[in-house]
Design a protein around this ligand. Sequence first.
Ligand SMILES: [Zn+2]
Length: 344
Amino acid sequence: MNITRTLLPMVLTVFTAFSICGTAAGQRNNFVLVIDAGHGGEDPGATRGRYREKDINLEIALSLGSLIRQRLSGVDVLYTRTEDRAVGLAARGDFANRAGADLFLSIHTNANGSSSPNGSETYVMGMDKSADNLAVAKLENEVMRYEDNYTTTYAAFDPSSTEMSIIMGMMQYAHFESSLEFARMIQKRFAADTPLRDRGAKQGPFAVLWKPTMPRVLVEMGFISNDTDRRYLFSDRGKEAIAEALYAAFREYRERNTTPPPAGGGEAAAPPPSVVREFYVQLAAARSAIPVLDNSWAPYRGEVVERRIDGWFKYALGPYTQSEAQAKLVEVHRTKFREAFIVK
Ligand SMILES: [Zn+2]
């Protein structure tokens, strides 16, 4: 196996603007979800000791995207970042607009000066007068100062101005209800499937939710500043449950907001034999596990599926139909995985 195990190099990669992964144009019938991992690069987000918000945000974003790609057909998952690099708040929204996204999900981790606040909350763009909500938005918006020309880019973004209140009122009219519906679904899943305290669906003037012109929410998964929340967020069990909860909320939202394709769509219950997805493109096998989010898997980081067979850890892409697998193999052979092959 010619996989060189590299430890997540925290390098700023600037060569590609965004990771469209060749699917941005997609089939226009597909539901387009943009997953936005908050912070990145020189902006770590909230930190406690060696725990950094930017890392957990990215890990959950990639896991969620991976679950959706594995389980749901008819959905294009796009990421604003798939690595540890800086992306401007406005640029994240612009990307979603250019991609014609149907839904925008920004993933964050909360923090407080006190270690007692805990739990998860999901925000929609809005002008709630609650001081707590404004404080969370203010903290998340502060990172715009990492950007060059931030005073020009965000000149029109002043939550305290009358003009802004009017603009926000208009935006609420367009997508407020759908955004709130998704925010409530996320909180419902968090409450049912994780021990995180449900702080509810809320409104706040978040800069990252300012530009996107589709339903959009910002989830604060838990508090990095609270010991119990932090331990859970950074545990394997916690990460898995959170990604699953977000997945379940997304699936429910999408089911309610799209007309299912004639084949049944959704979770591909019993497809006709000709489209059975039972083929994988195997990239590598190893005696010890290589995390699916490890950089060795680039450009398939977060997409690769691990299976344990006969004492081996096998890493593959899929599942695909036979013809999809053949097409994928051609693509994979152009990358460093020149020895990849198809398995059933
Ligand atoms: Zn954040």
